[in-house]
Structures are given as structure tokens and as C-alpha cells.
Design a protein around this ligand. Structure first.
Ligand code: A3P
Length: 256
């Protein structure tokens, strides 16, 4: 708890974990020993960078079909499930994870799993995160965006500071060229929907037609995903995970 009224769990090693969802502390603390499989896809991102969206795109590409149901990235979200749960998931697993390289499963260094890394303009991430914490009353976030921005810049949020997060992953990728990765940005994925999906498909070794890519694009629009999920709502009845889905919403929140 701090001056902002905000509450989070703190792990023994200093990492923050959420209280809005039931975080699985045992999984988080012992993450480095989580066994990976050769065909795992690890979707790595700082929170609020579009991982629900990317997860669904990866799922449809790997399944080679679109399924309009409520299954989404929470199915593969490492932070909220037990090790036994992951053990029971069928292959190929799409595991979504917000941790830094030092806390990643050690199997990753053995060349197991493929990384899909997605990042987003930190200013839009800050705004999205603000709404996320406001949306879950358990975080008790008080104050306006300016108050929250100070916390965000200091890294006093889940996953710590975004600048360190991105820097550490960049260093990790440079040092470990043998680890398969594709780097995507939220903005590019939105502005170049078909070419970016084709690039992702080729990395995942699938060969979708242009028609199928268009079908995936339509099925992963914000409105379709929001309607299908019918998920967590804030106290005002708005969706927490599927909010605006825009590039540049930060301009409505940052002062000059
Ligand atoms: P905003 O709060 O700016 O709207 P994550 O999935 O990593 O938690 O990221 C959440 C952000 O991605 C939210 O941003 C959310 O609206 C946006 N998002 C979720 N689904 C999306 C989609 N299908 N298309 C575009 N943006 C999406």
C-alpha cells in the first residue's frame, strides 16, 4: 500500500503481483523451473500492450480456423494458473507471460519454445494501465491520471518499469540470437493488419490464404472480442480488457 492508495501483492524478491485477479504465487515464484515444450509459443509482453489481441491471432493461425467462442488468453496466462494446469494443457500451448527475461523458465535457454514479443507506445500503455487499475476496485487506486503516471514511471506497478522491461528484453535478444523470436508492435499490427499477420503466420510456420487472414482480422476486432468474452467489467459496467483499442489515446490524458 502506498500514498496513491494502491494495493498490490509483493513477492519476496520484490516483484509486484496483482490483486485484481487471483495470481498464482507459487507459479510466479518458481517460474524458472516451469517445464516448456518444443512447440510452446511464449507470448511475451508488458501488460496492456495488446496481448489478448495477439493471443487470439496466434490461436487462430495455429488452429487453422476461426472459432467464435469465449476462450481467450487467460487460458494461457502464466501468472494466474498452477503448474499442474499448464502440465494438462494440450500442445501447442500459447503461454502469455509479462515477466522479465531473468525470471523466465530456464528451458527457454535450451532453445525450447518460440517467443512472440509485442510492445506498444509506453504512453498508451500508461493510459491503458491506469484504466485497468481503476477498473479493478481491489487495487484501490485513488487519484487521477497524473498521480498514476508518477507511479508508472517509477515502475511501482505490476511488471515494474516499462523502460527497464523493454531494455532487458532487448539485451536478452541481442545476447541470445539462438532463441527464436518475432518482434511485433501494437501500432504496426493495427496499421498493417494483413502484412503483419502474414509475417506472424510465416514465423509460426503456417500458410494462411489472404482470405483466411482477412477472416482472422475480422474475428479479432475489438468489438467482436469484447462481445464474445463478456468478461470482467468495472464498477461502471465497462469492459476492463477491451476498452478503446486505439493508437494515441494518450493525447487525451497527457498535458503538454
Ligand atoms: P486500451 O486500454 O488502450 O483500449 P492487454 O491485452 O495486453 O491487456 O492490452 C489491453 C489493451 O489492448 C487495451 O488497450 C485493449 O482495448 C486493447 N485491445 C484488446 N483487444 C484488442 C483488439 N482486438 N484490437 C485492438 N486493441 C485491443
Amino acid at each position: 500500500e502506498d500514498g496513491c492508495g494502491m494495493k498490490m501483492l509483493r513477492l519476496p524478491d520484490g516483484r509486484f503481483a496483482g490483486v485484481g485477479y487471483k495470481f498464482e504465487l507459487d507459479t510466479l515464484i518458481n517460474l524458472t523451473s516451469l517445464p516448456l515444450r518444443d512447440d510452446d509459443v511464449l507470448l511475451c509482453s508488458y501488460p496492456k500492450s495488446g496481448c489478448h489481441w495477439l493471443w487470439q491471432n496466434i490461436r487462430f493461425l495455429l488452429d487453422d480456423r476461426v472459432t467464435l467462442d469465449a476462450v481467450d488468453k487467460e487460458t494461457g496466462m502464466v501468472e494466474i494458473h498452477s503448474r499442474e494446469y499448464f502440465h494438462g494443457l494440450p500442445s501447442p500451448r500459447i503461454l502469455n507471460i509479462h515477466e522479465r527475461p531473468e525470471h523466465m523458465p530456464a528451458d527457454l535457454m535450451k532453445g525450447k519454445a518460440k517467443i512472440v514479443f509485442v510492445y506498444r507506445n509506453p504512453k498508451d500503455v500508461a493510459v491503458s494501465f491506469f484504466h485497468h487499475f481503476k477498473g479493478f476496485s481491489a487495487y484501490c487506486l485513488e487519484g487521477n491520471f497524473s498521480n498514476f503516471l508518477k507511479r508508472f514511471v517509477q515502475g511501482l506497478v505490476i511488471s515494474g518499469g516499462i523502460f527497464d522491461y523493454l531494455k532487458e528484453w532487448e539485451t536478452f535478444f541481442k545476447k541470445n540470437p539462438h532463441i527464436p523470436r518475432i518482434i511485433l508492435s501494437y501500432e504496426n499490427f493495427k496499421m498493417n493488419p494483413i502484412p503483419e499477420r502474414r509475417r506472424l503466420a510465416s514465423y509460426l510456420c503456417t500458410q494462411p490464404s489472404d482470405l483466411f487472414l482477412q477472416e482472422i482480422k475480422d474475428a479479432t476486432s475489438l468489438d467482436v472480442m469484447r462481445d464474445l468474452k463478456g468478461e470482467v467489467k468495472n464498477s461502471a459496467g465497462q469492459s476492463v480488457f477491451y476498452r478503446k483499442g486505439k493508437i494515441g489515446d494518450w493525447k487525451n490524458y497527457f498535458t503538454v
